[in-house]
Design a protein around this ligand. Structure first.
Ligand code: GTP
Ligand code: OAA
Ligand code: MN
Length: 625
C-alpha cells in the first residue's frame, strides 16, 4: 500500500489533510512507518497556526508534564531526579559495522537500530503523538534545514515551539525537494509525577546514515529536544562534508565606538558562560548556543540555529544578569524546569533573594536539609535547572541579525572554558591557524552538571564540541583549518578564561569583567588599540583595560590585578601543550601535520621566554621588551 493511503487509514480526516498537503513521499513513508510502530492512541499534526501551537501548550498542562505558575504564561516542568542532564554514556552514534572512532561513542548501526526499535515498539499506547515541523536557521535562507519531530511529550513539542522557527509552511513550499532531519522521541512510561520512569532503558541513538535521531525513556531537554543537541550531531557531519562550520557557539553583537556593530561567536563548553556572555548588558544577543557559519563570497557569515534560549537558571541574579532577571519576572511565555516552586512562584540557587525552606522541586516535595538516596543534600533547584524562552522577549535581542537570511559577518571568534590556572582572561591569536590550533583545538575545561557524572575534572574539549562530535576529530580540525583559507578576511580568533583562581581558590575576576574583554576584542578586530606580544598571542595593555574598566563598569582596575591576571604562566602553559600534543599524537587519527608544527612553535616561544624572564612573566616585562 502506498504511504499516503496508509496514513489515511491511520489518521483522522483533519490530521490526514495536514500531512497530505505536504507533497513529499519520503516524509509520508517515514510518518506511516513510525505511527504504525509507535501505536499512539491519538495523533496531532501541528501546522504553523497559532491554534496548533496553543493546542500543544494546553496538552502539556492537561497531561501534567507542565504545571501553571502564578504569573500568566509561566509553567514549570520536572524531569526525573536522575534525568537532569545529558546522558553521554547512553548517547551513541550509529555507524555501519560499529567502527570505533576515538572520543566518539559509537555503536553498530544495525544492532542499535534493532535495539531502539524494540524499545519503541508500541511505546505510545495510551498516549498522544505530536508531529511537528520546524527549521534550523532562519527560514528560506542559505542556512535553513527542515526537520520533523515525532514525540509523545507535549513538553518537548512545546519547548520546540519556543526555541525554533516553525517549518510546516516551509515543508509545503519545499515539497519533494526537502532534505529533512527526523527525530523520534518517546518519554516512555511515566511515574505519578509525570517523569520518565524507565531510566535504565534511556537511549539516544543518532543514525548518521539516515539523518534520524531516536530518543527514549528520557525527558531532559538535552536528550530529547530534537532540533537542539540531537540535530547538532547531524549538522556537524553535514558541515564537515560541505565545508562550513556548525558550532557550539553563541552569536552576539558587540557595540564599538560611533555605533560600529561587530559580531562575535563564542564556543565555551556547556555551563561555561555562553548565555551569560551573549546576555551581557551593553551588547546585543543573536543566539546563545548553536551557530552555523558559512563562507559567502570570502566572508564568514553566521546565523543562530535557534530562536530561543534553553538557559541555565542557577546564579541568575538581578546584579549580574539584569536582563535575564527582568524577562524571567515578566508575563511572557516561559517554561521553568527543575526549579523550586512555592505558592506558584519559581526559585533557584544563588538567585540573590531569600529562598523558601520548603516547596516542590526536582526531587518532589522538598524541605531544607532533605537528602537523596545517595545521602547528598538536595539543593532548592538542580544545578542544571533551566528556563526556556523565545529571544523575541529580550529587549537586547538583535532581531535584524536573528532573521537575516544571509546571517551576519563574523568579526571575531572566541574560545574559552573553565580553567583555574593556565590561560589569561583574554588574548588574541597571531592568525587563523594559530587560533584554531592553540585555542580551539587545545581547549580544556572542567566538567559541569550539564552532563551526568563527576564535576570539576579538567577534560580535553576541543572547540567546546567534544560531547557532540560526530566525525573523526582529525577531519573536523582539517575542515576548520581549510575554512579559514576560503576567506578573504578570516575572523580574528580570541581565547578567554573567566575562571582563573588564586592560590586560595578565589576567582580572579568578577562575572561582569567579560564586558571589558568584549570591548577590547571589538577594538582589536578593527585595529584600534595596540597589544602586547607574548609567546601565546597578543594580550591587552594595562592602560587600555584601565580605561575600559572605567568606561564600561565605572571601576578602577589596579595594576596589581592586571599583573596577576595577565601573568604568562609558563610551566602551566608548557604542561598543557604536553597534554594536548599527547592526545593528538596518541589518540586521534589523521591529525593535520600543521597542528603539531604550530604547537611546537608555541612551545619554542615559551621556552625562549622562560630562558629570558623566568617561569612567571609579568605583562609589564613583556611590554618593555
Ligand atoms: N565565576 C564565574 N562564573 C560564571 C561567569 N560567567 C558565567 N558563569 C557561570 O557559569 C554558569 C553557566 O553559564 P551559562 O552562560 O548559562 O552556560 P552556557 O555556556 O550557555 O551553557 P549551555 O547552555 O549548557 O551550553 C552559570 O552558573 C554562571 O553563573 C564568570 O564570568 N565567572
Ligand atoms: O543541550 C543541553 O542540554 C543544554 C545545553 O546547551 C548543553 O548541555 O550544552
Ligand atoms: Mn549548549
Amino acid at each position: 500500500m502506498d504511504a499516503l493511503e496508509k496514513l489515511r487509514e491511520l489518521l483522522p480526516e483533519e490530521q490526514f489533510e495536514k500531512v497530505k498537503a505536504i507533497d513529499n513521499p519520503e516524509l509520508h513513508a517515514f510518518l506511516a512507518e513510525w505511527i504504525e510502530w509507535l501505536e499512539p492512541s491519538k495523533v496531532f499534526v501541528c501546522t504553523d497556526s497559532e491554534e496548533d501551537e496553543q493546542y500543544v501548550r494546553w496538552k502539556a498542562l492537561y497531561y501534567g508534564e507542565e504545571k501553571m505558575l502564578e504569573t500568566p504564561n509561566h509553567t514549570v516542568h520536572y524531569d526525573n531526579y536522575y534525568d537532569q542532564a545529558r546522558d553521554k554514556a547512553n548517547t551513541k552514534l550509529l555507524v555501519p559495522g560499529g567502527k570505533e572512532i576515538p572520543f566518539l561513542n559509537t555503536k553498530d548501526r544495525d544492532e542499535g537500530l534493532k535495539e531502539i526499535r524494540e524499545l519503541m515498539k508500541g511505546v505510545m499506547k495510551g498516549k498522544e503523538l505530536f508531529i511537528c515541523f520546524f527549521v534550523l536557521g532562519p527560514k528560506n535562507s542559505i542556512f535553513t534545514i527542515p526537520a520533523v519531530q515525532l514525540t509523545d511529550s507535549a513538553y518537548v513539542a512545546h519547548s520546540e515551539f519556543i526555541l525554533y522557527r516553525k517549518g510546516y509552511e516551509e515543508f509545503k513550499r519545499l515539497g519533494r525537494n526537502a532534505k529533512f532531519f527526523r527525530f523520534v522521541h518517546s518519554a516512555g512510561e511515566l511515574d505519578e509525577r509525570k517523569t520518565s520512569k524507565n531510566l535504565d532503558k534511556r537511549r539516544i541513538y543518532i543514525d548518521l546514515v539516515d539523518d534520524t535521531v531516536y530518543s527514549v525513556n528520557t525527558q531532559y531537554g538535552g536528550n530529547t529536544i530534537g532540533l537542539k543537541k540531537l540535530a547538532f550531531r547531524l549538522t556537524i557531519q553535514k558541515a564537515v562534508k560541505e565545508g562550513w562550520l556548525s558550532e557550539h557557539m553563541f552569536l552576539m553583537r558587540v557595540n564599538g565606538p560611533n555605533g560600529r556593530k561587530t559580531y562575535f561567536t563564542g564556543a565555551y563548553p556547556s555551563m561555561c558562560g555562553k548565555t551569560s556572555t551573549a546576555m551581557i548588558p551593553w551588547e546585543n544577543i543573536v543566539g546563545d548556543d548553536l551557530t552555523f557559519i558559512l563562507p559567502v563570497n570570502g566572508v564568514a557569515r553566521g546565523a543562530n540555529v535557534e530562536k530561543g534560549v534553553f538557559g541555565i537558571i542557577q546564579g541568575v541574579n538581578p546584579e549580574d544578569d539584569p536582563i535575564i532577571w527582568k524577562v524571567l519576572h515578566s508575563p511572557v511565555e516561559i517554561i521553568f524546569s527543575n526549579v523550586l516552586v512555592k505558592d506558584g512562584k519559581p526559585y533557584w540557587n544563588e538567585m540573590g533573594v531569600e529562598i523558601p525552606e520548603e516547596g516542590e522541586n526536582h526531587s518532589g516535595k522538598w524541605w531544607k536539609g532533605k537528602k537523596d538516596k545517595e545521602g547528598n543534600e538536595i539543593p532548592p533547584s538542580h544545578k542544571n535547572a533551566r528556563f526556556t524562552v523565545s529571544l523575541e522577549h529580550f529587549p537586547n535581542v538583535d532581531l535584524e541579525a536573528l532573521e537575516n537570511p544571509c546571517g551576519v559577518e563574523v568579526g571575531g571568534m572566541i574560545f574559552g572554558g573553565r580553567d583555574k590556572d593556565t590561560w589569561p582572561p583574554v588574548r588574541e591569536a597571531f592568525d587563523w591557524k594559530h587560533g584554531v590550533i592553540t585555542m580551539g583545538a587545545s581547549l580544556e575545561s572542567e566538567t559541569t552538571a550539564a552532563t551526568l557524572g563527576k564535576e570539576g575534572v579538567r577534560a580535553f574539549n576541543p572547540m567546546a564540541i567534544l560531547d557532540f562530535m560526530s566525525v573523526p576529530l582529525g577531519e573536523y580540525i582539517e575542515n576548520y583549518l581549510r575554512f579559514g583559507e576560503k576567506l578573504r578576511k578570516a575572523p580574528k580568533i580570541f581565547a578567554v578564561n573567566y575562571f582563573l583562581r588564586d592560590e586560595n581558590g578565589n576567582w580572579l575576576n568578577h562575572k561582569l569583567d567579560k564586558a571589558v574583554w568584549l570591548k577590547w576584542m571589538e577594538l582589536r578586530v578593527h585595529g584600534d588599540v595596540d597589544a602586547i606580544e607574548t609567546p601565546i598571542g597578543y594580550i591587552p595593555k594595562y592602560e587600555d583595560l584601565a580605561r575600559l574598566f572605567k568606561e564600561v563598569l565605572n571601576k578602577d582596575y589596579s595594576r596589581e590585578a592586571y599583573e596577576k591576571q595577565f601573568t604568562i604562566r609558563v610551566p602551566e602553559l608548557l604542561a598543557k601543550i604536553e597534554r594536548i600534543e599527547k592526545i593528538y599524537r596518541e589518540k586521534v587519527k589523521e591529525v593535520p601535520e600543521e597542528l603539531f608544527r604550530v604547537l611546537e612553535e608555541e612551545r619554542k616561544r615559551l621556552l625562549e621566554a622562560r630562558e629570558k624572564y623566568g617561569d612567571y612573566i609579568s605583562p609589564f616585562v613583556l611590554e618593555r621588551a
